[in-house]
Design a protein around this ligand. Structure first.
Ligand SMILES: [Zn+2]
Length: 351
């Protein structure tokens, strides 16, 4: 079977056909991207298969469902490969839309699975660890000041979350700058904490590619969340990680994200995201100055792409975590102050 390679311009602009269901695309250099479906407005995440002399290394997996697994296996076939050829899997981070198929990989292949050790906090092995995770999130919602009347609804959604919590421990720890095994030194992790504490991008040196997971996407602003398991000031980490990407500003570098579509100016996109967060910080600070004290109150006072009150419980949790990350950044920068207690409250710092 042949390895499909198509010219770069065949995959550049799928956003022009946003409703078209895609199965994946060939990337120049013998890389195949499989679109793995998952239940979200983003519709699918990408799993990238990269061929090396010793076999295939996969970057990111996808959601755990029968449909997703079928898409993953069919994508390998389109790449001219089969499951037995997959020698290793690396993940940008351990969210269910990138890591969910880890249990099926373990069941059906002998491939090793690699992730940054910072992702371990998201992986819960066994019932006790899973119960702890859900309890941590429930406590955190109270700390955010979510009204009692809504807590029951959010708790119900948490029970649904239990079924998708990642539960497979990786075999291999990946670290910044240390090449991925089985790639001849070509695939190198770049630690980019922010979206998650152990988030990795991967630099493919031979093919001049940068695989960015959810650290940087062409259109959607990645969620930067302060919640149980995150670093204490994830927005500081995220902004520093954006700055790290400027060294990959070579316009010839193909950027392969975890969702949406490939693009080619990582620096431009990093600048747009940095400005977005600057604006957001100003908006959050102004809400606190107007007397919004809890994460819940601030989240309702700032603007969102959709009406906050119409958010699903899952989107609401993301919005609270995003707001909390901005509050913490302002707090660490000395702009606002946090008082203890439950819920936590923020006020403008005296100057
Ligand atoms: Zn994702």
């Amino acid at each position: 079977m042949s390895w499909q390679v198509e010219p770069a311009d065949t995959y550049r602009r799928p956003e022009e056909r946003p409703t078209r269901r895609i199965e994946g695309f060939a990337v120049a250099g013998g890389v195949w991207a499989t679109a793995v479906p998952f239940p979200s407005p983003l519709a699918y995440s990408y799993s990238y298969a990269l061929r090396y002399p010793d076999g295939i290394v996969v970057v990111d997996l996808g959601w755990d469902s029968d449909e997703a697994w079928q898409a993953f296996v069919a994508g390998l076939a389109r790449a001219g490969a089969c499951l037995d050829e997959v020698k290793g899997v690396v993940v940008t981070h351990a969210h269910p839309d990138h890591y969910g198929l880890a249990s099926r990989i373990r069941e059906h292949t002998s491939a090793w699975i690699g992730a940054h050790p910072g992702e371990r906090a998201q992986i819960r092995v066994g019932e006790a660890e899973r119960g702890d995770r859900l309890a941590e999130i429930a406590d955190w919602l109270r700390e955010c000041g979510v009204p009692r009347s809504l807590l029951a609804e959010l708790d119900g959604e948490l029970r649904a979350l239990d079924s998708v919590l990642p539960s497979v421990e990786p075999d291999v720890e990946l670290h910044d700058g240390v090449p991925v095994p089985g790639t001849g030194g070509a695939l190198v992790p770049v630690h980019t904490p922010g979206h998650t504490a152990g988030h990795l991008c991967f630099r493919e040196r031979e093919r001049n590619m940068l695989l960015t997971g959810d650290h940087i996407l062409p259109k959607v602003t990645p969620n930067v969340a302060r919640r149980p398991g995150s670093d204490p000031d994830p927005l500081r980490d995220f902004l520093a990680s954006l700055a790290r990407l400027h060294r990959f500003a070579d316009p010839g570098t193909v950027v392969l994200p975890g969702h949406e579509w490939p693009f080619d100016s990582v620096s431009h996109r990093a600048d747009v995201l940095r400005r977005h967060h600057d604006d957001r910080l100003a908006e959050v600070e102004s809400a606190v100055a107007r007397g919004c004290g809890t994460v819940w109150e601030v989240a309702q006072a700032v603007s969102w792409a959709r009406d906050f009150s119409a958010f699903t419980p899952r989107s609401m949790r993301s919005a609270l975590a995003e707001t909390s990350a901005h509050l913490m950044r302002l707090g660490e920068g000395g702009r606002i102050r946090r008082s203890g207690g439950q819920p936590e409250r923020w006020t403008v710092a005296a100057r």
